[in-house]
Design a protein around this ligand. Structure first.
Ligand code: URA
Length: 250
């Protein structure tokens, strides 16, 4: 199950999220496969339940059966979140072997210039090991004189960083290690799936071409060494009315 041999009788598995294979052959799924992308709003958690009672991302996905987030995004982050009931694809997309590029835009406190980028591209050692983005760029100033959710900051910089791992708080910890606190974080692409113009809180089904692209990305090792498509620039942290695909406000 999920790549490990299970010998204990009575081992529990969820057929929708666990990959169960017999003699290497995955068992057929009981339900049709569904693939959706959500523009996750800040404040939503990507777990199935939250002991603190915060809203969960699946509250925003209606009428599409049971789907589960592919990996996680921090509660205070927003942006691209895939959800599916395809446990095998999920497993592969998250597997380090395929090094799926995740592209983030981060507003960081302080000024970062292009002259600083060699330091940003060199990598750092975090408490759980070395971390190095495959791409970092300055994409502009953050909101000027912003009163950010995380305090007043005179100067901010918007960076675009691409990482190929889904380590916990990786972007925040990376930026912190370089002396710049992350004030706002948005994921603008997850592998071949881009945020585009999807409004905050909205959900859409992936088109077959996108599902094929995801499968391809989770088939050829080393996808990460190719540069991901540069997503269009968007504003971070703007206030928007959130609507889901079926019109519900969040
Ligand atoms: N890195 C972070 O710090 N947070 C996320 O949610 C994703 C990547």
């Amino acid at each position: 199950m999920n790549g490990a041999v299970v010998r204990e009788l009575g081992t529990l598995a969820d057929p929708l999220t666990d990959v169960i294979a017999v003699d290497g052959q995955p068992l057929p799924s009981a339900e049709p496969k569904r693939y959706v992308v959500l523009h996750k709003p800040r404040g939503y958690v990507t777990t199935r339940h939250d002991p603190r009672g915060r809203p969960i991302v699946t509250d925003l996905v209606h009428g599409r059966g049971r789907v589960y987030p592919v990996g996680r995004l921090d509660a205070d982050a927003e942006g691209v979140l895939l959800l599916t009931n395809d446990g095998e694809l999920t497993h592969r997309l998250l597997h380090p072997r395929y090094a799926l590029p995740r592209v983030y835009e981060a507003d960081v406190a302080g000024r970062v210039t292009r002259a600083d980028l060699p330091r940003w591209r060199a990598g750092v050692v975090l408490d759980d090991g070395p971390a190095k983005p495959i791409a970092v760029d300055v994409v502009g100033d953050g909101p000027s004189g912003a009163r950010h959710r995380r305090g007043d900051v005179a100067e901010t910089t918007r960076l675009r960083l691409t990482f190929t791992e889904g380590r916990k708080h990786e972007v925040k910890r990376y930026c912190d290690a370089l002396g710049h606190r992350v004030l706002a974080l948005r994921r603008v692409a997850f592998g071949p799936i881009e945020l585009g113009d999807l409004p905050i809180g909205a959900v859409r089904d992936l088109v077959p071409r996108e599902v094929s692209a995801l499968r391809a990305a989770a088939t050829s090792a080393g996808t990460a060494r190719r540069q991901p498509a540069a997503p269009r620039r968007r504003r971070l942290g703007r206030e928007m009315k959130h609507t889901t695909g079926d019109g519900q406000s969040s």
